[in-house]
Structures are given as structure tokens and as C-alpha cells.
Design a protein around this ligand. Structure first.
Ligand SMILES: Cc1ncc(COP(=O)(O)O)c(C=O)c1O
Length: 332
């Protein structure tokens, strides 16, 4: 059996399901960002923060919910989330008339909670962190007959995320063809949908492109597992990059990450905060911690990637005002 949960055909099929609902996001180049990074890098930023929910997870939600059979749509869906997956599922649910229940951990980002409620989702607050919340999801599935939309262990979710890389390759061909071809991508890993989606597309279409993964040092279970070549579960996931605050490896993505990644690194909270400020200064895009992590990773990898054309996925902008203030005043 393949280590990969989906094929390039699944990614293309997801793109067709998404196309009527979501416009392609911009792929931009910033001279100031290249200059700040040095090492002759040419960086292309894929602006997933420009979606209606300000994060790439909307692709995953639309891909998964448009693939559901009628009966499951009628009963409704449920997901555990720190916010962006929940917003993606809630947005797709509203679009398609599918009731959505989202389980979030206690103390979750209040602005993400408000956004999910505003999209019509029923919010259930339970569990001390994201992984803990999954048990509430399982109980509600048993009680209410809902369909779980797991943020990672679901091939249609990964196919949704794979459409980011399909779009990047098309945009490079259409808009950046006069420059060097893509040579590397640096991608943050929470559950691994973006990274495995990218690996699926690249191994079919551009197998020479290197893919580097990044986790926060305080939530590094998948990083640790990748280096140990076996799944690792940790007790804690401590990072202000809440989209990356996972503490286990996932069966839907771990084998493909092990098979496909060039390397897997971690970045500190200070490096993520620094990268967030750098994105603000050089691109003037609002950035949440999880989206700043790949830029922090690229800073660390820059000497190894000397002179290369690198794509970063700017995965989301849903940072709450208090965290943003702490980053801007260098408390983080
Ligand atoms: C903004 C943002 N970036 C990155 C990630 C991690 O993505 P993945 O779960 O595909 O690894 C998440 C996950 O929620 C996220 O919200």
C-alpha cells in the first residue's frame, strides 16, 4: 500500500469541486522580503490569508463537504478544531446547507470562536487542548449520528490542501515563467494536510522540488516522530501558533511525511514572532503564528537554500488582537 493517502487525481478532483466556490489566491513576490532574507533567495508567497475565512482550511472544508453523500449532509457534520478548520467546515456547511458542530478546547482563541459562531456553527467547548477535544467529538458522533470531518485523517481534506500546490505550479507557469523554476517549498505542519498535499502534487509533477517542514519547538511531536522514524505523542503543545498546537502524529499523514520530506526543523516562539513582524513589515499582510512559522523556518534554512526559488504558504491571518499586540510590543 502507498504511504500516500491521496493521488494527484484526487487533488485534481478536489480542485474541480472547489473551483465554483473559491477564487484562486494570489502568489506574490516581494523584493523587500528577498532582501531581508539574503542568500540570493527568491521567495514566492502563496496568500491563503486572502480566502473568505482568512486561512487555507476553507479549501479543506469545501473539498470534504462537497464529497459527502446526501444522507450524511442531512445529518450534519462535526469537527474538532482550534479555529481555522472549524471556520472552513462551518463556511462550507453554510454554503451547502449542512449543519456543522465544532468542538474547541477550553481557552480557545475567542476571535476564532466568534467567527465560527458567526458562520452558523454550533460551538462545543470541551477538553484542555486540541487532541483532548477529539474525545468529545467521538461522544457526540455516537449520540447524534454526525459525520466526523477530521482535520487530518480524511483524504478529501488532504486533497483540498493539495489544491494550494496545484495552483502554485499553475501560477508560476502563467505569471513567473521568465524566472527560475520552483526549487523548494517550506511548509508548517499542524496535522500535515498542507505538506502531504504538496508532496502528492510535487512527486507527480515536479519531483525535484524539495519540501521542508516546520513545527514549533513547543509542539514538535511530528517533527520528533519524523526524526525517530516512528510516531511520537507528547504531553504538551505549547505555542502561540495555535494552528500548529498538536501533540501527536496522525495516521493519515505521518507515513507520507516520512516518505517525502527533505528535512523537518523546529522554530522557537521568538523566531515565529520575529517572522510575523517581518511579514508585516515587508508585505503588510496580517499573519497568524502558524503562517509565520514557515518564514521563520526559511530564515533558518536560508544558507542551505542559497540562490533558490522558494514558495512559502502564508496559511492564515486569524490572530487575535491580544496576541498581535504582544508580538508587536516584543512581549513574544
Ligand atoms: C493558519 C494555519 N497554518 C497551518 C496549519 C497547519 O496545517 P496542517 O494541519 O495542514 O499541517 C493550520 C492548522 O490549523 C493553520 O490553521
Amino acid at each position: 500500500m502507498s504511504d500516500f493517502p491521496i493521488t494527484i487525481d484526487d487533488a485534481r478532483a478536489a480542485r474541480e469541486r472547489i473551483r465554483p466556490h473559491l477564487a484562486p489566491t494570489p502568489l506574490r513576490h516581494y523584493d523587500e522580503l528577498d532582501a531581508a532574507l539574503g542568500h540570493g533567495l527568491r521567495v514566492l508567497v502563496k496568500h491563503e490569508n486572502h480566502h473568505p475565512t482568512n486561512a487555507f482550511k476553507i479549501r479543506n472544508g469545501v473539498s470534504a463537504l462537497t464529497a459527502l453523500p446526501v444522507e450524511a449532509r442531512r445529518r450534519g457534520v462535526i469537527a474538532a478544531s482550534r479555529g481555522n478548520h472549524g471556520q472552513g467546515v462551518a463556511w462550507a456547511g453554510r454554503l451547502l446547507g449542512i449543519p456543522a458542530t465544532i468542538c474547541v478546547p477550553e481557552g480557545n482563541n475567542p476571535e476564532k470562536n466568534a467567527a465560527m459562531r458567526a458562520l452558523g456553527a454550533e460551538l462545543v467547548v470541551a477538553g484542555r487542548d486540541y487532541d483532548d477535544t477529539q474525545s468529545t467529538v467521538e461522544r457526540l458522533v455516537a449520540e447524534r449520528g454526525l459525520t466526523i470531518i477530521h482535520p487530518t485523517n480524511n483524504p478529501n481534506i488532504i486533497a483540498g490542501a493539495a489544491t494550494i500546490t496545484l495552483e502554485i505550479l499553475d501560477q508560476i507557469e502563467a505569471e513567473h515563467a521568465d524566472r527560475a523554476p520552483l526549487q523548494a517549498m517550506v511548509i508548517a505542519v499542524g496535522g500535515g494536510s498542507q505538506a502531504v498535499g504538496a508532496l502528492t502534487v510535487l512527486r507527480a509533477l515536479r519531483p525535484e522540488v524539495e519540501v521542508y517542514a516546520v513545527q514549533a519547538a513547543g509542539a514538535a511531536a511530528i517533527h520528533d516522530g519524523w526524526h525517530a522514524k516512528q510516531p511520537v505523542t507528547l504531553d504538551r503543545a505549547d505555542t502561540f501558533a495555535d494552528g500548529l498546537a498538536t501533540r501527536s502524529c496522525y495516521e493519515g499523514t505521518f507515513p507520507a511525511l516520512c516518505a517525502g520530506l527533505t528535512d523537518f526543523i523546529t522554530v522557537t516562539e521568538a523566531e515565529i514572532a520575529d517572522a510575523l513582524r517581518l511579514y508585516l513589515r515587508t508585505t503588510h499582510n496580517l499573519t497568524e503564528g502558524a503562517a509565520a512559522a514557515p518564514l521563520a523556518g526559511l530564515r533558518a534554512l536560508a544558507p542551505r537554500l542559497e540562490g533558490k526559488t522558494v514558495a512559502l504558504i502564508h496559511s492564515g491571518a486569524n490572530i487575535d488582537a491580544d496576541t498581535l499586540r504582544a508580538v508587536l510590543t516584543h512581549e513574544l
